[in-house]
Design a protein around this ligand. Structure first.
Ligand code: COA
Length: 257
């Protein structure tokens, strides 16, 4: 499939999606977000792909919702068009998604990065929710995901001032897994993706589901979910292969079954 606002390419078991609307700083127009959801869903369904890497440009990951597109829209226009429908679909991807963020990740850009599973950042990355400068608030999870990640007080300050976090600050607050030099960002993201891609796919899938559950459920329920997933995986061929390979001192060959 060819796209207008993004690039999508395969690199072995990795699906790389690149936001590619540089003149508008990758502003998240309807067209771009629709293509993004379609590309990610297509990689999610592709048996050759095990991990997705989502990146943008060197100067900007994404500068948030397209303000030009939104400036004259009424609440009803936006509701009928379903402003967040495609973004919600990105949250439902079942394979691991690694965000490789360089430059600005603001507003919806920050929200999209936060809906990924792991965030690598270049030293130039900047994270923020500047919606308050425009008289709105985040609408795609920013107030909730940022607060659950960095805590109430830092999230409140960021939300109320619109200030940006540097990559190092974001790393200190647990919003970023690792900060790397800009020229190494994509390679580091792919190395991490390859490492995950070599693991048993069903175990990876259920591990992702279980970790995401932790944010949404009381502990008892989360523990129950984890336990059921554990027993379920004992029925997979890959777990037999993984355990036998360990005992036979060889590399396992996982088949996703
Ligand atoms: N929506 C639409 N267009 C955007 C945009 C957005 N979110 N962010 C940037 N652009 C456009 C600018 O209008 C400008 O277009 P022009 O060349 O036609 O004038 C172009 O991208 C370059 O932006 P500019 O502001 O000149 O770049 P900068 O390097 O000085 O600043 C930012 C970069 C990201 C700090 C600044 O563009 C910005 O604050 N953007 C808005 C961020 C935001 O509020 N996001 C939340 C939206 S809900």
């Amino acid at each position: 499939m060819s796209y207008e606002f993004i690039l999508a390419e395969k690199d072995g078991p990795i699906g790389v999606v690149t936001l590619n609307r540089p003149p508008q700083l990758n502003a998240l127009s309807y067209g771009l977000v629709k293509e993004l959801a379609q590309a990610m869903e297509s990689f999610d369904q592709d048996p050759e792909i095990r991990v997705i890497v989502l990146t943008g440009g060197e100067k900007v990951f994404a500068a948030g919702a397209d303000i030009k597109e939104m400036v004259d829209a009424t609440p009803f226009d936006e509701r009928v068009r379903g402003r967040f429908d495609f973004r919600d679909r990105i949250n439902k991807i079942s394979k691991p998604v690694i965000a490789a963020v360089s430059g600005y990740a603001l507003g919806g850009g920050c929200e999209i990065a936060m809906s990924c599973d792991i965030i690598l950042a270049s030293e130039t990355a900047r994270f923020g929710q500047p919606e308050v400068n425009l008289g709105i608030i985040p609408g795609s999870g920013g107030t909730q995901r940022l607060t659950r990640t960095v805590g109430k007080y830092r999230a409140m300050e960021l939300m109320l001032t619109g200030d940006q976090l540097t990559a190092r600050e974001a790393e200190r607050l647990g919003l970023v897994n690792k900060v790397v030099p800009v020229e190494l960002l994509l390679e580091e993201a792919k190395n991490l993706a390859r490492k995950i891609a070599a693991k048993a796919p069903l175990a990876v899938k259920l591990a992702k589901e279980a970790v995401l559950k932790a944010a949404n459920t009381p502990l008892d329920e989360g523990l129950e979910f984890e336990r059921k997933s554990f027993y379920l995986l004992l029925a997979s061929e890959d777990r037999k292969e993984g355990m036998r390979a360990f005992l036979e001192k060889r590399k396992p060959e996982f088949r996703g079954k």
